[in-house]
Write a protein that binds this ligand. Structure first.
Ligand code: C2E
Ligand code: MG
Ligand code: MG
Length: 523
């Protein structure tokens, strides 16, 4: 009883885990997914900015180069102003092209109109001066970048948006831009670049990291001395984590509930089957069916195996392959065996008394052999039937014997009082061979799975030959189980197997039918 309770407690534990594990897994997965998603997002923004920065820089350089190549010493000649206009029209990014002298834009595609542009923010590689965040007097509120050839003064202007307008409108919390690597200056930026990132970045060409509050992606240009970066704050991570949780946690809970239901059903089934077995014992739902054992040489029925049958309260037949293992598990098998003995005494006393050379075999489980009182109980049963114990054979189902010492004693006691003891289903368990040497037995039942290979191409078809040879060398009698064809019977007889049992001869029947058939065979 304690073991059943422990098993149920374990099953409930498993049920609880079944609910919790998918939820925990969903939470962890949501967190991981959200972090990965935000890393991807940061990388995508940085790549887009780098792409745009390349395009813009290419156009700035091309425009200045074309102006540099124009003839004439006078920078603001009509021809140059014309070229400046053409360059702006041709480009899809340039706002203006002009000539800067001494912190002043002297002329540009807009005409000759001097306005101050101030000192360069820094001098970049390749002899270019760069001014950032310049407001054009004709474009109020504009934030422009001006790139100037410091030898010729020719300059090109672009709007910062040409590089920075990458993220959706709700991205005010994001930080991104273009950073001059050697000069350590910001060329374009939306939000401030954190100089602390530089130690994390080191010489990396591309990297993504979490700085404790933001996910930062960094991608350096292979052609120019700048890198694009994007940083996403923790609040965004939490936001997308929350969204992922909204989907994953219900899925986790759903999966957990389904698992829990399955476990609950298993617990219920376990309980109901063992409870039903107890009820069956109380309500007398068991009966015996007898399958004849045939002498292969003469065809005579020399005995029968008693097979237990259970018709439950709903009239459904439950297979012994289901209820015997359950009875063993729930420690009801001794009570089941006791019922078999009682049924046998009721059914077979007369038959066995009248036919002293006929026997009936009953099946016992491993736990029965650990029961020291069993030999006495069987002797009592034989006394009650007034038959010799040799009329009652025992089949030891060859599953694991629990207590080898006690089993050996029980087998010896059973044989000593005259019962014939067979090992059942020989060859299907993993310790068959050791049992043969461990316990002294009379008879070996060759399992039907070997009999069925006779005359087939199955890889195991030779095994039956070995089993037969081994039984002979140990001087054990043999009963072949599950004989269904004449070919099998012939093979077995020719190889020296004495007895057989199977549908070729008869299926299991009730005691009345058995007696009837035996009587007709006799007359
Ligand atoms: P087993 O002792 O090896 O019984 C032989 C099984 O093979 C029986 O199945 C029988 O109906 C079946 N059988 C007989 N001839 C043929 C045939 O020609 N072809 C095929 N395919 N099958 C055949 P059953 O009655 O379903 O019993 C299954 C198992 O349940 C038995 O195997 C035995 O291990 C166990 N069992 C049955 N009654 C008892 C019992 O009273 N006590 C215990 N402990 N176990 C029992
Ligand atoms: Mg058997
Ligand atoms: Mg068997």
């Amino acid at each position: 009883m304690r073991r059943i309770k422990t098993r149920i407690a374990i099953l409930y534990g498993v049920g609880l885990l079944a609910v919790l594990l998918p939820i925990i897994a969903a939470v962890l997965l949501a967190e991981h997914r959200s972090l990965e998603q935000q890393k991807d997002r940061a990388n995508r923004i940085a790549s887009e900015i780098l792409y745009r920065a390349h395009r813009v820089t290419d156009q700035l350089a091309a425009a200045v180069l074309e102006l540099n190549a124009s003839s004439g010493a006078e920078r603001c000649s009509d021809a140059n102003l014309d070229l400046m206009r053409k360059l702006v029209v041709k480009s899809n990014l340039l706002i203006d092209v002009g000539y800067i002298d001494n912190q002043e834009m002297v002329c540009s595609s807009f005409g000759r109109h001097a306005y101050r542009v101030g000192l360069p923010t820094y001098r970049g590689g390749g002899g270019y001066d760069v001014r950032t965040q310049v407001e054009h007097p004709l474009l109020p509120g504009s934030r422009l970048l001006i790139s100037t050839d410091h030898k010729t003064g020719f300059s090109a202007l672009i709007h910062e948006g040409a590089v920075l307008d990458v993220a959706p409108a709700d991205s005010s919390r994001l930080t991104y831009g273009v950073f001059g690597v050697r000069s350590k200056t910001e060329l374009f930026h939306h939000g401030a670049f954190d100089p602390g990132w530089l130690s994390r970045i080191g010489n990396a060409h591309a990297t993504t990291f979490f700085d404790g509050s933001r996910i930062v992606a960094w991608s350096r240009s292979g052609r120019y001395d700048f890198a694009a970066y994007a940083a996403i704050p923790r609040s965004e991570i939490d936001h997308s984590w929350g969204q992922a949780m909204l989907v994953l946690v219900p899925v986790g809970i759903g999966a957990g509930l389904v698992l829990a239901l399955v476990v609950a059903q298993l617990v219920r089934l376990q309980r109901t089957l063992s409870t039903a077995l107890r009820d069956a014992l109380k309500n007398d739902e068991f009966f015996l069916a007898y399958q004849p054992i045939v002498d292969l040489a003469s065809g005579r029925w020399v005995g029968a195996e008693a097979l237990l049958r259970w018709r439950n309260a709903n009239g459904v037949m439950v297979s012994p392959d289901v209820f015997i293992p359950e009875a063993e598990r729930s420690h009801l098998i001794e009570r089941v065996t006791e019922r078999v003995v009682q049924l046998l005494v009721q059914d077979a006393a007369e038959l066995l008394r009248e036919r002293p050379d006929f026997h009936i075999a009953i099946n016992l489980s491993a736990q029965d052999f650990s029961n020291a009182a069993l030999p006495d109980r069987l002797r009592g049963a034989c006394a009650q039937m007034r038959v010799h114990p040799r009329s009652l054979h025992i089949e030891a189902t060859e599953r694991v014997f629990l207590d080898v010492g006690q089993t050996r004693k029980t087998v010896a006691a059973l044989r000593a009082q005259g019962h014939v003891v067979s090992i059942d289903d020989f060859g299907t368990g993993y310790s068959s061979l050791s049992y043969l040497t461990e316990f002294e037995l009379d008879c070996l039942k060759i399992d039907k799975c070997f009999v069925s290979t006779i005359g087939t191409q199955a890889v195991t078809r030779n095994v039956i030959g070995h089993i037969i040879e081994m039984a002979k060398s140990l001087q054990l009698r043999m009963i072949a189980e599950g004989v269904e064809t004449q070919e099998q019977a012939t093979y077995l007889r020719e190889h020296g197997v004495e007895f057989a049992q199977g549908w070729l001869y008869a299926k299991a029947m009730d005691i009345r039918q058995l007696v009837q058939k035996l009587d007709t065979a006799k007359s």
